[in-house]
Design a protein around this ligand. Structure first.
Ligand code: SF4
Length: 318
């Protein structure tokens, strides 16, 4: 049985009395223990909304209107508050985007880690401080730096602190929401290396959210490509990278330069994402798709090609 299973998830936001938008439409995926899933797509595709719903952390105007989320065999969508409190941080933890904004600038790193631990665990402050030392060592920071403030840390170090905080209650799943945004390429690589080490040492499962498909090949097992609130392609990392079927995935893969690859300007995807308040009658990618046909003005079918590979498109195979 999968550790986490999401089926036909629909999430809506109320923008005004008369206007609702459907930010996530019929999203399904599974995550097994020790697995890493990448949720990939451009801004506004529904990646973060999907991830937040797993912990029932949607903003007040957002709601899961149908579908199911099952974690460790139990329903999350209708879970009572007591179970939700345990689920958040103790079972599923999140590393938020932008470490500088997520950390409190007027509190020391130690104070912030200790606060997270004491909020969720029934332990004394001394025990929480000892745990903070363990955690900071785990993310390869010298514990002597615990009494420093966020502004005394580099971007990469602050992101390590965020990872330490996410690990504070020994969760089973870590969600990384663009965990390396605004970091340079070398530091990105170090953060991913650290996440990979922690995943192995602690048997963690991970969901990594990113708009950059090029950085995940080495650390992911599965990829879900999202566009305009839907998963348009889903499969194991090998199939997605070596044999992408959906035109949007193809374009995403060719929009980043490959080291040692052909010289030239990487591809771009013309146009903008659709207005999510629209009532879609056809393929959501159709106005931007380089392979669009007349039939694409009708809803595309979900196609299966191979055991673990699905895509939402009218085109069959290549
Ligand atoms: Fe492109 Fe048509 Fe496939 Fe949509 S259904 S991705 S428009 S080919």
């Amino acid at each position: 049985m999968a550790l986490l299973s999401v089926k036909d998830l629909v999430i809506e936001f109320r923008l005004s009395k008369r206007k609702n938008i459907r930010a996530v439409s019929g999203v399904s995926f599974t995550l097994n223990q020790g697995e890493t899933l990448a949720l990939v797509g451009e801004s506004g595709s529904g990646k973060t909304t999907t991830a937040l719903s797993l912990m029932r952390l949607l903003p007040n105007n957002g709601a899961i209107t149908s579908g199911e989320i099952i974690y460790a065999g139990k329903d999350v969508v209708n879970a009572p508050d007591e179970r939700l409190r345990r689920l958040r941080w103790k079972e599923i933890a999140i590393i938020f985007q932008g470490a500088m904004n997520a950390l409190n600038p007027v509190l020391t790193i130690e104070k912030q880690i200790v606060e997270v631990i004491m909020l969720h665990e029934d332990i004394s402050e001394i025990q929480a401080r000892e745990r903070a030392v363990e955690l900071i060592k785990r993310v390869e920071i010298d514990p002597k730096r615990l009494d420093q403030y966020p502004h005394e840390f580099s971007g990469g170090m602050r992101q390590r602190v965020m990872i330490a905080m996410a690990l504070a209650c020994n969760p089973k799943i870590i969600i990384g929401d663009e965990p390396t945004t605004a970091l340079d390429v070398m530091v990105q690589a170090q953060i991913f290396e650290l996440l990979e080490t922690l995943k192995k040492e602690m048997s963690l499962s991970m969901i990594l959210i990113t708009h950059d498909l090029s950085i995940l090949g080495d650390i992911c097992d599965k990829v879900a490509v999202m566009y305009a609130g839907q998963i348009v392609e889903y499969g194991d990392v090998q199939s997605i990278y070596c044999d992408p079927k959906h035109p949007y995935t193809e374009k995403l893969l060719s929009s980043y330069p490959v080291i040692g690859g052909k010289r030239g300007i990487p591809d771009s995807i013309p146009g903008l994402s659709p207005d999510m308040a629209e009532d879609f009658q056809g393929c959501r990618f159709e106005p931007r798709c380089h392979k669009a046909l007349e039939i694409c003005k009708t809803l595309p079918p979900l196609r299966t090609c191979g055991e673990n590979h699905q895509y939402l498109c009218h085109l069959e195979g290549d």
